[in-house]
Design a protein around this ligand. Structure first.
Ligand code: PXG
Length: 462
């Protein structure tokens, strides 16, 4: 294994970080006062801090390191590619072997007729590209008013103006002119969080009905697309009722509205099939991809487009005035190709479904016995715990997010990276995790839950 020499002392890194580095989704004043944790290396499912602290990474980085850390063969593939062709663009009648090979590979692993791929550098850019394609597509089809796009509250689609507008996070919208015109949000299919007494199936039907009502309200000729994550990750792993996506698909097809799956988290095996839309039985017209596409080894994203959209679009679009300098970057494509080879060779998709994924789901479900856990849910290798003051009801803690943050801090103290989405604790580990490592996640999660419950009671939060 390679070791990087000359890492400066931790205090020096933290001081430099505070002085010069503005972090994403962070209160800078608060973090500078607290000091950052410095991660210096990672191997398998473990990350290491500068002081040697070892953490088991229940989050695969940020929902992305599907093949685990330390894959020398990805580093070697990138090195080979950079030595041969470090960069060239794919504008102006040019292409290169890596980008065509990756486009063909994506077309082969995606279901149905998603045979056409436009490259980006992130999930945000993939969704930004989707907004551009939807609007130009309908313009080309002689329906230029179909500019409106419907998404869900609590959805997360990225942080650029368009993708943050698609996102249903009101705190983001409040920070500056969002959503942009033409984006509308309906309620998410979040059973545990809904205030009423609907069954799962009733909730699935009701949410699809909401989509239909929104289309009625906007007018069918003004609605271009509906977009959603198969499982809403950043909201706290909201797993929809089994009938939800098929009902949504019925509405989209009946109303001539494109159906778009944001597969940035769910794609590349996370849910036990290659794509979350396969797990939930629907056929999107477009997919947003990123994260697991390269397991985060290099930044790359993509939009996969089905024949029924791509073929008429290609025929009628003329020049599509959209694209990024680094789209289809040769080194990022090399990383993605090697990553997909690993997923295939090691059977990581099947592993998430029936191998260690099945073990993870069994062990994760045991956590529902804990006094503070209202629900322990999971699919494939993604899961969540609902933290509640009284497990007999779905009622929340008064100050939403406070207890989740406590639990997150206790979890890191116990040696486990588990993320808090408000009061929902989530995991999304590398897909090659071993059973004994799952045992470690579950036992450390229990330690964190116990410590948090004690604190909650001591502070009178129940
Ligand atoms: N779509 C989905 C479904 C995502 O989860 C994006 C798009 C945007 O991808 P980029 O590559 O532009 O970040 C994401 C990203 C969190 C968290 O706090 C989640 C994401 C990003 C940052 C933080 O859980 N997901």
């Amino acid at each position: 294994m390679l070791h990087l020499a000359n890492i400066p002392p931790t205090a020096e890194i933290q001081a430099s970080d505070a002085a010069h580095h503005l972090h994403p989704f962070t209160d800078a004043k608060q973090i500078n006062a607290q000091k950052t944790r410095v991660i210096t290396r990672a191997e398998g499912v473990y990350v290491y801090e500068s002081d040697g602290t070892k953490l088991i990474d229940g989050m695969a980085g940020l929902w992305c390191v599907n093949v685990g850390y330390g894959r020398e063969r990805i580093a070697e593939a990138v090195h080979r590619q950079m030595s041969q062709l470090a960069y060239y663009n794919t504008f102006f009648q040019c292409t290169h072997p890596m980008v065509t090979e990756l486009a063909e590979k994506i077309a082969s692993v995606t279901p149905g007729t998603l045979k056409h791929v436009m490259f980006t550098n992130s999930g945000s850019e993939s969704n930004e590209t989707i907004i551009r394609i939807v609007r130009h597509y309908w313009g080309c089809m002689g329906k230029p008013a179909k500019t409106n796009i419907i998404s869900r509250k609590l959805g997360y689609h990225g942080s650029s103006m368009g993708s943050a507008s698609l996102s249903g996070m009101t705190a983001m919208h409040r920070q500056g002119g969002m959503p942009i015109p033409g984006i509308h949000h309906i309620d998410p299919p979040y059973w545990f969080g809904h205030d009423g007494e609907m069954s799962l199936e009733e909730l699935g039907l009701e949410r699809a009905k909401q989509l239909n009502t929104m289309i009625d309200w906007l007018g069918e000729d003004n609605v271009g697309a509906f977009i959603g994550e198969p499982i809403q990750g950043a909201a706290g792993v909201l797993i929809p009722p089994a009938n939800y996506w098929t009902e949504i698909q019925k509405v989209c097809r009946a109303r001539n509205v494109l159906l778009i799956a944001d597969e940035v988290i769910c794609g590349f095996g996370r849910t036990g099939k290659w794509f979350g839309s396969e797990t939930f039985g629907f056929e999107p017209d477009m997919m947003a991809l990123a994260k697991g596409l390269s397991s985060g080894y290099l930044p790359i994203g993509a939009v996969a487009v089905a024949d029924r959209v791509a073929l008429p679009f290609i025929e009628k679009s003329g020049e599509f005035y959209h694209g990024y300098t680094y789209a289809g970057h040769p080194a990022a494509c090399a990383a993605a190709l090697e990553n997909i080879k690993i997923i295939e060779e090691e059977g990581l998709v099947e592993n998430a479904a029936t191998g260690t994924g099945a073990y993870l789901r069994k062990r994760w479900a045991e956590l529902s016995d804990h006094e503070m856990v209202g629900e322990a849910r999971s699919v494939g290798m993604i899961g969540a715990l609902e933290l509640v003051p009284n497990k007999k009801s779905r009622k929340r803690f008064a100050d939403e997010g406070k207890v989740g943050t406590m639990c997150r801090n206790n979890s890191v103290k116990a040696g486990l990276v588990m993320r808090a989405c408000w009061d929902r604790m989530v995991i999304s580990p590398p897909l090659n995790i071993a059973e004994h490592e799952i045992d470690e996640i579950v036992s450390k999660a229990k330690v964190a839950l116990d410590a948090t419950w004690k604190q909650v009671k001591a502070e009178g939060l129940v």
